[in-house]
Each structure stands twice: as structure tokens, then as C-alpha cells.
Design a binder for this molecule. Structure first.
Ligand code: ACO
Length: 334
């Protein structure tokens, strides 16, 4: 059986910085509340007309492709994770294929919210393990800002999210570097604790939905039961990290770098404390970018790698938890 490794990484965030003080000018919030509850100092929001989920994915991908040294012709497949696609359908995978000028390779869109990148990586890894493909572009990109309720009503959720994209080239490995294992879970029972309910059909005719269209319809905005999410996230993060370690006979002390989904700094700190990890074993950048949903892990992974915090031979753990609920981990020998 073959195995896969990450051969290139890239990320892109829009230039437009939105600080907590900026938000306090448009809704009833303040820097102290946001930093104390989430650790977030600022996030990036796209400028409309300049970026979309697809264009950000393309920008991150170009960097990852260049760093991988893989030629565009050698890319066999695309896996694109997002919950904020430019269109209801088709998904952004095909748009990325066109924009990068790739051959008529397959393009698969993954939902799975904040766990989307780890799910996407796992899917790509299986294709490489079977020998079907050699090089797969795994992309996650999110424009959250356009979907948020930027009024007082939405303040509990809107201050958390940001826009950005990350990409990884996954290639057949010719040395010890490998995705050792991936672990995927879901629990649909809690779907509505963190969700955007519209514009799903929900069993209705589209004509009825349009007739009922109400500008105050909150179902188009994200709903989050914050404390419920927090309690489940810390349990599932821990479980799925332990599951990955056990599957590979690894100990917590073997972890060189944990990249948690950047949901909330308090969740990351809780996990760090629970596992007794040192500051240099956990990478967080939510302070600068907010929670970018599926894109948060590849953005953080790329930044950690760019800063020299991940070296050849390291054991890197990716762990995610998100709406669905879904949660996932990947254990990587770099
Ligand atoms: N600014 C100021 N005050 C606010 C804001 C805001 N942005 N939002 C809510 N408040 C107020 C509330 O109205 C409430 O006021 P009240 O006491 O007068 O009623 C008070 O602050 C406390 O509100 P809570 O919702 O109880 O705040 P909590 O302490 O639970 O913190 C938070 C909210 C940060 C979301 C927390 O629940 C949390 O960390 N949840 C984890 C979920 C998470 O991280 N989600 C990230 C996205 S999901 C994911 O990626 C998996």
C-alpha cells in the first residue's frame, strides 16, 4: 500500500483587518469581552468584489502548488472543503479546477464545517493509499463575513468568525513522511446547536420559500448554543486526539505539534492543559484571524510550518470539532 505526505502548504487571508474595536462601532460589544471569551483580537473580512471563497482558495492553492514543486499537469484530483460556497451549486471544486487551468481532473466538494479540512485530507489520503492518484490538491476556504448578523442580535456569534483559505498538496510519499491515520466522527443529534438552517429546502417547494421570504428571518444567520458547543468540543477534541495516538502507539509526549481547529482560544487552552502540552507543542493563531471554520487548520498548519515550528520527522496532530456535530483528527509523521 502507498502512503501520502503533505508536499506543499499555502494560505491566503484578505488584507482587510477588522479589529474588536471596529466591531464595537457597529454592534454592542467590546474588545475586553471578545478577548476574554475567545482570545480573538482581530480577524480578516473580504472586501466585496475583491475576493470570494473560490478566489481565496485559488490564491492559497497557487502557493501550495509552487512550494510542492508539483507541476499543474501532475495534479490528479481536487478536494475542496467549505461551508460558504460561492453558489448553492455547483460547488467551488470545479471553479478551482477552471481557475487553476487544471486538466479535467475530478473535483470533490466537502461540507463538514470546521472539521472539513481533516475530512478532506482523509478522503485524499485514501485515494493515494489505494494508488489511484499521486497528487491531490486539498483546499479549504471560507467567506464567513457576508453571512453574519452584524447587529446586536448576532453579536454572540459574529465576533468569532473570519475569512480565509488554506491549501495542502498531498502527494504519494517516497520516504518516511506520511499521514499515519485519520479518524472521523459525527453526531447528528446535535445538528441544530450550531447551524445555519437556510437556504436549505427543508422539505418545501422553492416557490413557497420565496413567497415567505422575510428580511428578519434569522434562519439565514448562524445559530450557536455557545456553552453547549464548548462542553462537547472539549470532550470530542480529547477523544479524537487520544484515538489517533492510540492507533499509532504514540504517547502524548510524542506530539511535536498539535494544530487544533481555531474555534476559540479557550478551547485550545483547555485541551493543552488537559494533555499537559507545553506552549511550543500547540499552535494557535485565532488571535489574528478569528475562527475561519474549515480553513482554520490549513492556515494554522501553514503558518506553523512557515515559522519553522514543524520539522522533518515531527509528529503533527490535527484535531477538529464543528457543526454537525463532526469531529476528526489526523496523525502525521512530517
Ligand atoms: N459582546 C459583548 N457581550 C456579549 C457578546 C458580545 N459579542 N455576545 C454575547 N454577549 C453577552 C450576552 O448577551 C450575555 O449577556 P447577559 O449575561 O446580560 O445575558 C453575556 O455576554 C454572556 O453570554 P453567553 O452567551 O453566556 O457567553 P459565554 O460566556 O457562553 O461566551 C462564547 C460565549 C464565547 C461563544 C462561549 O460560549 C464559547 O466559548 N463557546 C464555545 C463555542 C465556540 O467556540 N464556538 C466557535 C465556533 S464553533 C466551532 O468552531 C466549533
Amino acid at each position: 500500500m502507498f502512503h501520502s505526505k503533505i508536499s506543499g502548504l499555502g494560505f491566503y487571508v484578505p488584507d482587510n483587518v477588522v479589529t474588536n474595536d471596529d466591531l464595537s462601532k457597529i454592534m454592542d460589544t467590546n474588545d475586553e469581552w471578545i478577548q476574554e471569551r475567545t482570545g480573538i483580537q482581530e480577524r480578516r473580512h473580504i472586501v466585496r468584489g475583491q475576493d470570494t471563497t473560490t478566489t481565496m482558495g485559488v490564491k492559497a492553492s497557487k502557493i501550495a502548488i509552487e512550494r510542492s514543486g508539483i507541476s499543474y499537469d501532475a495534479i490528479d484530483f481536487i478536494v475542496f472543503a467549505t461551508i460558504s460556497p460561492d453558489y448553492y451549486f455547483p460547488g467551488p471544486g470545479v471553479a478551482l479546477q477552471k481557475e487553476l487551468g487544471l486538466n479535467t481532473v475530478g473535483a470533490l466538494d466537502i461540507r463538514n464545517q470546521c472539521s472539513g479540512f481533516v475530512y478532506a485530507l482523509s478522503v485524499a489520503d485514501q485515494f493515494i493509499k489505494t494508488g489511484m492518484y499521486k497528487n491531490i490538491l486539498v483546499v479549504a476556504s471560507e467567506v464567513q463575513s457576508l453571512g453574519l448578523d452584524m447587529t446586536d442580535r448576532g453579536r454572540g456569534v459574529s465576533v468569532i468568525f473570519g475569512d480565509g483559505a488554506g491549501a495542502a498538496m498531498l502527494s504519494r510519499s517516497d520516504d518516511d513522511s506520511a499521514i499515519l491515520s485519520t479518524h472521523l466522527h459525527s453526531e447528528g443529534e446535535h445538528a441544530k446547536e450550531l447551524a445555519v438552517l437556510a437556504p436549505g429546502m427543508g422539505g418545501r417547494w422553492v416557490t413557497d420559500i420565496l413567497a415567505d421570504k422575510n428580511p428578519d428571518d434569522e434562519s439565514y444567520f448562524p445559530y450557536m448554543n455557545g456553552q453547549f458547543v464548548f462542553k462537547h468540543a472539549v470532550v470530542r477534541f480529547s477523544e479524537v486526539i487520544n484515538e489517533g495516538l492510540q492507533a499509532n502507539n504514540l504517547l502524548v509526549s510524542d506530539i511535536d505539534m498539535l494544530i487544533p481547529h481555531q474555534a476559540n482560544l479557550r478551547i485550545s487552552q483547555f485541551i493543552q492543559k488537559k494533555f499537559g502540552l507545553k506552549d511550543d507543542q500547540v499552535f494557535n493563531n485565532i488571535q489574528k484571524y478569528g475562527n475561519t471554520t474549515a480553513a482554520s487548520i490549513p492556515i494554522a498548519l501553514t503558518e506553523a510550518w512557515e515559522q519553522g515550528k514543524i520539522k522533518k520527522g515531527d509528529t503533527v496532530v490535527l484535531a477538529a470539532f464543528g457543526s454537525g456535530f463532526t469531529w476528526a483528527s489526523a496523525i502525521i509523521k512530517w
